[in-house]
Design a protein around this ligand. Structure first.
Ligand SMILES: *Cc1c(COP(=O)(O)O)cnc(C)c1O
Length: 354
């Protein structure tokens, strides 16, 4: 790790904060004024810098573009009840970034570049953290290869960056999803557990085909038998069957989501039984038809909790009951929001002050 470093700051001379309309924040559209940049050259990380948000120059031969050495993370910072700003579980994201980096044969990012860099960035762009209930500053760390070399081998040079954008409450209509029986998101031994760019590119066609059939998202199933549930779109998926929380156990083909971890922790805190194991489409459909499946929902940083209203299976649609205000998915969404905004005690030490 580097010794503590002073981050060089080049502030913008043309802030775009006036373009921020707190009542109309489209996810990912308006990026905050500054970004963190750090280059890995000569086998080591150079001191990170904060510069105005803007285009980067890359070699047309860079191996991220040709061979997919590109990874990312997603987390959020929240305005606190006392006016300050806190980040939700950033060290979990830092560790996962390095898990992804290892899988893609990329260098790991030192904790201080990630966390100290992120803190300094958020101090500089503090006015961009919205304060309406449910809103947040979405944070996108990313790393990609920068060698201008067409040979297939791990790049020697890399760019690490962090960009951010304000986001509002993600009002999702309950989702229509269907089991995917043809395409595969990730296979055992592949890179599904890494947040690497290629996973998302390859999911776009199957997702679009499902959307053309009127679904919002897919319920991905395992690569060999198309029997066991993996994830829903780019979220982990959780079912409530017979009062138990059931979710696919993480594996090399499932992304280990931090929202998933947090939801399972709160369920345990509340004394609710939690099962992390294989879940087959048959089990889900049998429980749905027998009235034992009371809730199904996706979990991820962007949406937090996305309730599923309809599941398509073998050409037919099946509706789930409408969750009541007492439903686990509702209560856990409210509880997470209270922790993130500083209104509820942070007993697990999830919040990191900027
Ligand atoms: C990011 C991601 C998730 C959710 O992870 P969080 O840490 O909860 O945001 C789930 N599945 C996939 C494929 C993802 O990329």
């Amino acid at each position: 790790m580097l010794a503590t470093f002073a981050i060089d700051i080049q502030p913008t001379t043309a802030s775009r904060i006036k373009e921020l309309d707190p009542d109309n924040m489209v996810f990912g559209k308006l990026l905050a004024d500054h970004m963190l940049v750090a280059e890995f050259t000569g086998r080591e990380w150079q001191a990170p810098r904060l510069v105005p948000y803007g285009p980067l120059a890359v070699s047309p031969a860079n191996s991220a573009l040709h061979y997919g050495q590109a990874i990312f993370e997603g987390l959020k910072a929240y305005r606190q009840a006392d006016g300050g700003v806190a980040i939700f579980r950033p060290l979990d994201n830092w560790q996962r970034l390095n898990t992804s980096a290892e899988r893609m044969s990329m260098p790991s990012v030192p904790e201080d570049i990630f966390l100290q860099g992120l803190r300094e960035l958020l101090k500089l762009d503090e006015p961009w953290v919205p304060n309406a209930p449910g809103s947040a500053l979405y944070i996108r760390p990313f790393m990609f290869a920068t060698d201008g070399f067409l040979g297939v081998r791990p790049s020697e040079n890399y760019h690490f960056g962090i960009i951010t954008c304000p986001v509002g409450v993600y009002f999702t209509k309950p989702l229509r999803v269907r089991f995917e029986q043809k395409y595969v998101r990730a296979a055992p031994g592949g890179a599904g557990y890494a947040k690497n760019a290629g996973n998302y590119g390859a999911a776009m066609l199957p997702t679009r085909l499902a959307q053309e059939e009127g679904y919002n998202q897919l319920l991905w199933t395992d690569a060999s038998e198309h029997q066991y549930v993996e994830e829903s779109g780019t979220m982990n998926v959780i079912f409530v069957i017979d009062g138990k929380l059931i979710t696919p156990a993480v594996s090399t083909s499932i992304l280990d989501g931090i929202t998933r971890r947090s939801v399972l922790q709160l369920a345990q805190d509340w004394g609710m039984p939690v099962e992390e194991r294989k879940v087959s489409s048959r089990e889900v459909m049998d429980a749905l038809i027998a009235g034992k499946l009371t809730e199904a929902f996706g979990v991820g940083t962007a949406v937090t909790i996305a309730p599923i209203a309809t599941i398509g299976f073998e050409g037919q649609d099946y509706d789930l009951p409408t969750p009541t205000t007492e439903a686990f998915s509702r209560r856990v969404g409210v509880a997470l929001e209270a922790i993130r905004s500083g209104q509820a005690p942070d007993v697990h030490g999830w919040m990191v002050r900027v």
